[in-house]
Design a protein around this ligand. Structure first.
Ligand code: NAD
Length: 369
């Protein structure tokens, strides 16, 4: 039985926690569904816990790491995005943190795809018509029509794990694909998708000969019928290519008036006031959002304006919310399992205690600080 470790989890992550308890860990779980106050996280860390399980709604910064400087050895985040954790401060205090990349990739990409379909084919408006008993006739174009996804052109902004998974799904719908990523370009993947598109055409599976290519941001935004965003939130000063307000008045105006925006990345990547204006003034045809500048979405958000209701789909940060993806205890399948394994790796010194070799540690540079 390994040494008994103390862990505080800021939320319940399901049965995967039992894996820790079975190993003799003492685990305390914050019992409420909403986020604990920051002061409580600091208090728990100060009390001498070895590991902290966090989510994207917890701000893990210098105050938390300072509180843990004597004892805290790992922060295990149940999410792939880690913009709520200060990497610079984690490194300053030499505390590794983990995330749950990969296990949520397909679930998030498929949700982005479904959001795109729901938006373009007006599923919400169409269901309301039926439920509200306002469907009074079949007519060739009244009361409204939607836009097909099949055969259209999509711009994938960010071709990391989720962007590439979205590409794979869009290729299945005979879409043409414009890729934009200033930091990482996977030309091998793009070549394989093109070969797949060519084969589908030659063998008569796809009527059209589709294409995929990397382009600059201007071409991506101005040519696409759909724009799907798959970047991390990077604030000014954190990188040469920040993503904070990447979608603003200037970039939204580059899109076609018939185009749709889909955002499953992080809320602050899109400037919401500019987007609401773009929808009201019809610079673009519609938007579907899963993430917001401030979550949960406030009651007075301009995105709730009834004037844009038919063109603006709103979801509750739900893209990774599949049962297996969120809760499987298997670290190869579930975010919960991966969170727990990342924590165990650090606390029990797996991989010879070398954090640079631990697959779920994000700030591997702590190993050489
Ligand atoms: P990833 O790191 O594999 O991919 C991100 C890509 O964005 C990288 O290739 C990077 O080079 C690129 N990029 C960085 N700056 C850019 C810029 N200015 N313009 C265009 N591309 C840029 O990450 P991932 O696993 O694909 O996840 C992407 C993000 O999706 C996460 O960081 C997270 O914030 C978000 N996410 C949201 C949900 C949800 O439930 N809505 C679920 C999972 C992930």
């Amino acid at each position: 039985m390994p040494k008994k470790f103390r862990v505080f989890a800021t939320c319940d992550i399901g049965d995967a926690i039992d894996l820790l308890r079975q190993r003799g860990y003492e685990v305390e779980i914050y019992p409420k569904p909403e986020a604990p106050p920051k002061s409580l996280i600091v208090e728990k860390v100060k009390s001498g816990i070895d590991g902290l399980i966090t989510t994207l709604r917890d701000s893990i910064d210098a105050e938390v790491f300072e509180a843990g400087k004597e004892k805290l050895r790992v922060v295990a985040q149940i999410a792939v995005g880690f913009d709520n954790i200060s990497r610079a401060d984690a490194n300053r205090y030499k505390i590794p943190f983990t995330n749950t990349a990969e296990v949520l990739t397909e679930a998030t990409a498929e949700f982005a795809f479904f959001m795109m379909g729901a938006l373009a084919r007006k599923l919400w408006t169409a269901e309301h018509l039926t439920r509200d008993n306002k469907w009074s006739y079949w007519h060739p174009y009244l009361p409204f029509l939607g836009d097909e996804v099949t055969g259209k052109t999509i711009a994938i902004i960010g071709t990391g794990r989720i962007g590439l998974a979205m590409i794979k799904k869009c290729a299945g719908f005979d879409m043409n694909i414009l890729c934009y990523d200033p930091a990482y370009q996977n030309h091998d993947y793009v070549k394989a998708i093109q070969e797949n598109m060519d084969l589908r055409h030659v063998r008569g599976i796809s009527k059209t000969k589709n294409w995929i290519k990397y382009v600059g941001v201007d071409e991506a935004l101005s040519q696409a019928d759909f724009v799907s965003v798959h970047v991390p939130l990077i604030r000014e000063g954190e990188s040469a290519a920040p993503t904070y307000h990447l979608f603003n008045e200037r970039t939204l105006r580059r899109m076609k008036p018939t185009a749709f925006l889909v955002n499953t990345s992080r809320g602050p990547v899109v400037e919401e006031a500019a987007l609401a204006k773009a929808l009201r003034e019809k610079w673009i045809a519609g938007a579907a959002l899963d993430v917001y500048e401030k979550e949960p979405l406030s009651a007075d958000s301009p995105l709730r304006d009834p004037a844009i209701e038919d063109r603006c789909r709103l979801y509750p940060h739900f893209a990774s919310a599949g049962r297996i993806t969120r809760l499987s205890s298997d670290p190869e399948k579930g975010m919960a399992g991966r969170t727990v394994q990342g924590l165990i790796d650090v606390l029990e010194g797996n991989y010879g205690g070398d954090v640079t070799k631990m697959p779920y540690v994000v700030n591997k540079e702590v190993g050489s600080l």
